[in-house]
Design a protein around this ligand. Structure first.
Ligand code: MG
Length: 252
């Protein structure tokens, strides 16, 4: 293929125009408006991926180490968590984002205190609450036994992770969370549950797992209808768990 053909195609891809490459006489895909290999189907937008967990070009950066301006406490007061060498440490109450989110891709890194203190749920406890109500547990689960649905990367009180991929206390760990928000009908009844996929340190620990409802302690979770977008929450459970490099990509 000549270069003069390749270049216009590349530019078209960046503009989300139809690729112009493919077919217009193939069968239609069930449930889609497109044919198989449809030449009219637009190419996905191009983004520059970030290296080593850095945010891609279309991400909303929630915390880069510099300031807490994307966050506040639930009563609307200024975020009191301490900034510590490019990270923020839990203390002073749960933090919520000022912006609301629904379905999303979320990346974050966390580190539990070293040396560790206490046992079970008392060791490095925090949590990532999608939409402020669906917790992916943060806990030091390195040689620390607790109930299975409460360990690191558990969907708290509902589903243990497929494996324990926890690093030692004092080491940075990553969560990559892919979340599809629940859908409620006009009458407030649940139409489809939330689905969560989680990578812990690059290891798949939940795969399109359906949630039973909003996180509960010593009770079965259940849903109650809520808005399409709600703040993300980080739990202050009394342990100075640190976070860094938080970014999110709304998927809507
Ligand atoms: Mg927790």
């Amino acid at each position: 293929m000549r270069l003069s053909w390749i270049l216009p195609c590349f530019l078209l891809v960046g503009a989300q125009e139809p690729t112009g490459v493919g077919y217009d006489d193939t069968p239609r895909l069930p449930g889609q408006k497109w044919r198989v290999h449809d030449k009219a189907r637009p190419a996905p937008p191009v983004v520059a991926p970030g290296a080593h967990g850095a945010p891609p070009s279309d991400a909303i950066v929630l915390f880069s180490g510099a300031d807490l301006s994307a966050w506040q406490h639930e009563d609307g007061s200024a975020a009191k968590w301490k900034l510590t060498e490019g990270a923020m440490a839990a203390g002073g109450g749960d933090l919520v984002t000022k912006q609301g989110f629904g379905s999303c891709q979320l990346h974050l890194e966390w580190r539990s205190p070293n040396p560790p203190k206490n046992d079970s749920q008392g060791r490095g406890n925090s949590g990532v609450y999608l939409m402020g109500r669906y917790e992916v547990q943060v806990l030091d689960s390195w040689q620390n036994v607790t109930y299975a649905d409460g360990q690191a990367a558990a969907l708290y009180g509902q589903q243990p992770p497929l494996v324990n991929a926890c690093r030692a206390p004092g080491e940075w760990q990553s969560y990559d969370i892919f979340f599809r928000a629940p859908v409620f009908g006009d009458n407030g009844a649940l139409a489809s549950p939330a689905l969560v996929t989680v990578m812990h340190n690059g290891v798949l620990v939940h795969h399109a797992q359906a949630l039973l409802g909003a996180t509960a302690h010593r009770a079965v979770a259940s849903y109650s209808a809520h808005p399409d977008r709600l703040p993300l929450k980080l739990q202050d459970h009394g342990d100075p768990v640190e976070y860094r490099n938080l970014w999110i990509r709304p998927l809507e």
